[in-house]
Design a protein around this ligand. Structure first.
Ligand SMILES: [Zn+2]
Ligand SMILES: [Zn+2]
Length: 253
């Protein structure tokens, strides 16, 4: 049985459709004996005039202590991938001569990049395998991105193998996302396939809850069952504990 002692994908009330404060998240994490959580609220496209309300919460994360209730709190974001060139949200929205994306991630310790569907999100051809594969490759090549979020449920068709090989080459991880199963009965099979390929290719994964409520933090029942069934090598789970997470991120946190 794997023990995953960190949860690197946690949403708080800053996301607007999540229900817990950072304090509540830390309390649940402490109760479940986690060493670390990453606060990764959604970073979505905004208009220039919305800068204050929409972007400042993520930019101001350095006011938080490094630990709450003994749990290390990593400053992170889940950035929307916004086009087939692999750009992330607000790369082209400017504030005082800098892009809002640059401003937002200057103090961050962990960046997840994900495709989300819905109004205002990416609306391109989900069946264009070559273009979507290239999009994920470009995202991985972005030096600030650490993890590709929930590729199993993007709804965009892509070739997994080149993406997984590029992630290994660059020392990045694919996320196995506990919340993904809620998005369709076919999704667990895609996640399993991704995990099998990562195991074969030696690519790191991260097992995360994607909690939108503190109650879900650190709970990975379905993901761990699947990983056990395929005998996934534990050493390839980047966030199995705080030390492995530091090694994966390549610096002392
Ligand atoms: Zn969300
Ligand atoms: Zn997401």
């Amino acid at each position: 049985m794997y023990q995953i002692k960190t949860d690197c994908h946690v949403h708080t009330i800053l996301s607007g459709h999540a229900y817990s404060t950072i304090e509540e998240c830390a309390a649940y994490a402490a109760g479940r004996k986690l060493e670390c959580i990453a606060v990764t609220d959604h970073f979505c496209p905004i208009k220039e005039e919305e800068f204050g309300d929409k972007a400042v919460p993520i930019i101001n994360l350095t006011v938080l202590p490094s630990h709450i209730r003994g749990v290390r709190i990593l400053r992170g974001m889940e950035a929307d991938i916004v086009d087939l060139e692999g750009h992330l949200a607000n790369y082209n929205v400017m504030h005082e001569g800098k892009s809002v994306l640059e401003e937002a991630w200057k103090d961050l310790e962990l960046v997840i990049a994900s495709v989300h569907r819905g109004p205002g999100k990416m609306e391109t051809d989900r069946e264009d395998t070559a273009a979507n594969t290239n999009m994920y490759l470009k995202v991985l090549q972005n030096g600030r991105v650490n993890v590709l979020g929930h590729v199993g449920r993007s709804g965009y068709r892509f070739d997994m193998l080149p993406v997984i090989r590029e992630a290994r080459r660059l020392g990045k991880a694919l996320e196995i996302n506990e919340a993904s199963a809620r998005f369709g009965a076919h999704i667990p099979a895609v996640c399993r396939q991704a995990a099998q390929l990562c195991a074969r290719e030696g690519t790191m994964i991260m097992v995360n809850s994607d909690a939108h409520s503190a109650h879900s933090i650190g709970l990975y029942t379905e993901s761990l069952r699947m990983l056990e069934e395929i005998h996934f090598p534990e050493r390839l789970i980047a966030n199995r504990d705080y030390q492995s997470l530091e090694e994966f991120l390549g610096h002392n946190l």
